[in-house]
Design a protein around this ligand. Structure first.
Ligand SMILES: *Cc1c(COP(=O)(O)O)cnc(C)c1O
Length: 408
């Protein structure tokens, strides 16, 4: 079928999907062939994963004492972090007692938070009413005063606030919350501070962009993807947890058939299955290890910066074109814009831009995705594509305008 998601075309900018590399493909083929089960034991795959986790901490400037786990992606990385948060901050033995008849445990995030956090909160048995979606400012960053008063209200109502989720790169616009202020609030209120940095946290890999994600290192847990802005083949994400004991205490569930042995195949110091949900796990660390060895971290920093510069180039094209308009600030590698025509209502423009996008997808000329903000449908580019050149955005703009005019 002609329209795969995550395709490797230089004009694929839909959702947030990395575009894969030959080395990543080779590594995944080797994994399938060697068939490691990276749930535990004493084997090289575990050492490679630990090495990769250490490199991730270094790349993002996270504390070297942290524990970590490679996950299927950002969703599982968020859920892993939130589970440690819930279990650590519960003021009772939640693993034994569960949540029945306890105070409602509350999570706070901006209304731009990714739906994997909604899923996580529901999976954890907290109920979606326990996720307080806080309004954002004009830059789509969480409103700190609204956050503080929500925490106060919940305390007064007898609920138990336990976790703030900060966004380092929201899915709609790439907005980065004020992470240091969130860390301060979490500290003052004795809450867990989780950051969803699925793609945005990787800005830290570029020395020029790193200041944008100041405060990343203050998270208690940090979730991010390697199959987005590190261009690795799907699947690989990562959770880092500041407190290794809390991390292990969340998932370590004794079983006689998995008991640690002093010698032989069931020895080894690090059993990944004690740090997450999965027991049988693939050797996803290999593609990360091989890719980092192949390219070196500076090159990733350059590519990440290149993607941001390209999107800033697109923003300029949009801003200077009379038939186009930017729809949200564009601090990073995401741009939301639409075709516009004097005299048309927002509703008409939404329909028009939807049709432009459908025709872009169906013609195969370019693959942005979409966002809806304040009820307005817009075209959205998220550039995690190392094959893109600036000229690709010239063509996108040309096509959007051509389609828009032909549809009027
Ligand atoms: C993509 C994304 C996720 C989910 O990650 P997956 O790897 O798709 O599971 C979470 N948060 C944000 C901000 C994302 O962009």
């Amino acid at each position: 079928m002609p329209r795969p998601l995550g395709n490797i075309h230089p004009r694929f900018w839909g959702w947030v999907i990395g575009t894969g590399t030959p080395m990543g493909m080779l590594a995944d083929m080797l994994c399938a062939g060697m068939n490691f089960n990276v749930g535990g034991g004493e084997q090289i795959s575990n050492e490679v994963e630990l090495q990769v986790i250490d490199w991730c901490k270094e790349m993002l400037g996270f504390t070297p004492e942290a524990s970590g786990l490679l996950t299927s992606g950002g969703s599982m990385a968020n859920i892993t972090g939130l589970t440690v948060a819930r279990n650590t901050k519960a003021n009772f033995d939640i693993r034994q007692e569960g949540l029945a008849e306890k105070a409602r445990m509350m999570v706070y995030a901006s209304d731009q938070v990714h739906n994997s956090v909604d899923k996580g909160v529901e999976l954890l048995g907290l109920g979606s009413q326990s996720l307080r979606k806080i309004p954002v400012n004009a830059d789509y960053q969480i409103d700190l005063d609204a956050l503080k008063s929500a925490i106060q209200q919940d305390n007064a109502a007898g609920h138990q606030p336990f976790c703030i989720v900060g966004n380092a790169g929201t899915v709609n616009t790439g907005a980065i919350d004020d992470l240091n202020s969130l860390a301060d609030i979490a500290q003052a209120e004795d809450l867990w501070f989780h950051i969803d940095g699925a793609f945005g946290s990787l800005a830290a890999v570029s020395p020029e962009l790193r200041p944008m994600v100041n405060g990343l290192d203050r998270a208690d847990s940090l979730a991010f993807d390697l199959h987005k802005w590190m261009y690795m083949p799907i699947e690989v994400g990562c959770t880092l947890v500041r407190f290794p004991e809390a991390h292990r205490n969340t998932f370590n569930t004794p079983a006689s058939y998995l008991a640690f042995m002093e010698r032989g195949m069931a020895s080894g110091n690090w059993w990944p299955s004690e740090y997450g949900v999965q027991l049988s796990r693939n050797f996803r660390a290999l593609k990360v290890w091989m890719s980092l060895k192949e390219h070196g971290i500076e090159k990733y920093g350059r590519l990440i910066k290149q993607n941001v510069d390209q999107v800033q180039y697109l923003v300029k094209l949009v801003e200077t074109h009379p038939s186009l308009e930017m729809m949200a600030p564009s601090p990073l590698n995401v741009a939301c814009f639409r075709f516009t025509e004097h005299g048309l209502s927002d509703e008409q423009l939404s329909d028009l831009n939807k049709e432009i996008l459908m025709q872009l997808h169906e013609s195969g000329v370019a693959a942005p995705s979409y966002a809806t903000l304040d009820g307005k449908f817009m075209i959205r580019v998220a550039n995690t594509n190392h094959r893109t050149r600036s000229e690709d955005f010239d063509l996108l703009v040309e096509e959007v305008v051509r389609l828009g005019k032909s549809l009027l």
